[in-house]
Design a protein around this ligand. Structure first.
Ligand code: NAP
Length: 341
């Protein structure tokens, strides 16, 4: 269906939308054709900045625009379900920011809509598209460190974030877990799959969002993951994966690493570094490239970020929230029944 440039629509004009648009501008086979904001002036300013031909002051017009191949949804998490659902129902393909939605039920609804309308849908879990993370996974899958025993990963920001910030606002799906904890959880599940049991503990804000959360995921295989996220403490952002025959250490920024070190038992450490040709480590281009590859191939989901994987991550996030007692406005409950405590 997509023969020439892939024509992107951008839905929302905040921080990550600008970062993503800046990376799209650098891709010769991508074109930003339209942008939508809740305010027309914001859409116009954003469109002017990134060369979009059309600027809409509502989401519906963007969703209905037949000249758009794929919409990138970059609203706060609480609006992902509504924004992505609107686009899928109007026949657009969708790349939706992480966390995919507030909870498992909403992700299930989006996946069902994508299948019903035969559209492409992907969570913008850019870590899974990062070339060095893909290299790490390939090494682990090839048995470079034997059977995976433990995963450690953390992501914390010092802030301080004022109570009005989206990270502190329950109405916007605030808290450390959904915004930052989704990375350690997705990293552990990339290597070990969906856990068989989940335990967690958290410090909650007066508004009822998690300021920091620690979670232990475990697998019947004997694998365990100790994960931590925070919006009140700047952690190292490192990860390590220990196996029966070695270990991999990823330094700060494990979800977009510059390098990692593989220690096979009995051998000298081996360092793997990012290829400068892949662009700066902050680049979001790899997920955009993957979306465009999949669209050209006529695929409805990406093998790098499969929908089953995103559903499994949402199941874990729901289970953690059930344990720590975080519930967002309007949620009847989070569906964690499938994961043992
Ligand atoms: N991949 C990454 O590395 C990364 C990094 C940061 C954030 N994210 C994710 O991206 C999403 C947006 O984060 P951000 O940091 O860009 O946030 P942000 O700077 O606050 O921008 C979000 C944008 O969404 C729109 N918006 C704000 N409140 C809204 C509401 N109540 N309902 C609907 N739309 C609203 C606004 O755009 P308009 O005014 O144009 O409507 C706003 O500029 C979050 O889900 C976050 O987890 C991903």
């Amino acid at each position: 269906m997509v023969e020439q440039k892939v024509r992107w629509g951008i839905l929302a004009t905040g921080g990550i939308a600008a970062a993503f648009a800046a990376d799209l501008v650098d891709l010769p086979d991508a074109e930003i054709v339209a942008v939508a904001s809740r305010r027309r002036e914001s859409a116009e300013a954003f469109g002017e900045r990134f060369g979009a031909a059309r600027a809409y002051g509502d989401w519906e017009s963007l969703a209905a625009d037949p000249d758009i191949d794929v919409v990138y949804v970059a609203t706060p998490h609480a609006a992902h379900r509504a924004a992505a659902g609107l686009c899928l129902e109007a026949g657009r393909n969708v790349l939706c920011e992480k966390p995919f939605t507030l909870n498992l039920r909403e992700t299930e609804e989006l996946v069902a809509l994508a299948r019903e309308h035969d559209r492409f849908l992907m969570e913008a879990m850019w870590m899974y598209c990062n070339p060095l993370v893909r290299r790490l996974k390939a090494l682990v899958d090839d048995g470079a460190i034997g059977e995976v025993r433990t995963v450690q990963a953390d992501f914390g920001l010092a802030g301080p974030f004022p109570p009005a910030h989206r990270l502190r606002d329950p109405a916007l799906g605030g808290g450390a877990l959904l915004d930052l904890g989704v990375y350690p959880v997705s990293f552990a599940q990339l290597l070990l799959g969906e856990p068989d049991a989940v335990t967690a503990s958290a410090l909650l804000s007066p508004e009822g969002v998690d300021l920091q959360t620690g979670a232990v995921l475990s697998w019947e295989s004997g694998g365990m993951a100790a994960l931590h996220c925070s919006i009140v403490g700047g952690t190292g952002g490192t990860a390590s994966v220990t196996g029966s025959r070695g270990r991999i250490d990823v330094p700060s920024g494990f979800f977009h690493p510059e390098r990692f070190v593989l220690r096979r038992d009995g051998s000298e450490p081996e360092e793997f570094a990012a290829d400068p040709a892949d662009g700066p480590r902050t680049t979001l281009r790899h997920e955009a490239i993957e979306v465009m590859r999949a669209l050209r191939a006529g695929e409805k989901e990406s093998p790098l970020v499969p929908l089953e994987g995103s559903l499994a991550v949402m199941r874990t996030l729901d289970a953690v929230r059930e344990r720590i007692g975080v519930r967002y406005p309007g949620e009847a409950g989070v569906g964690a029944a499938a994961v043992a405590g």
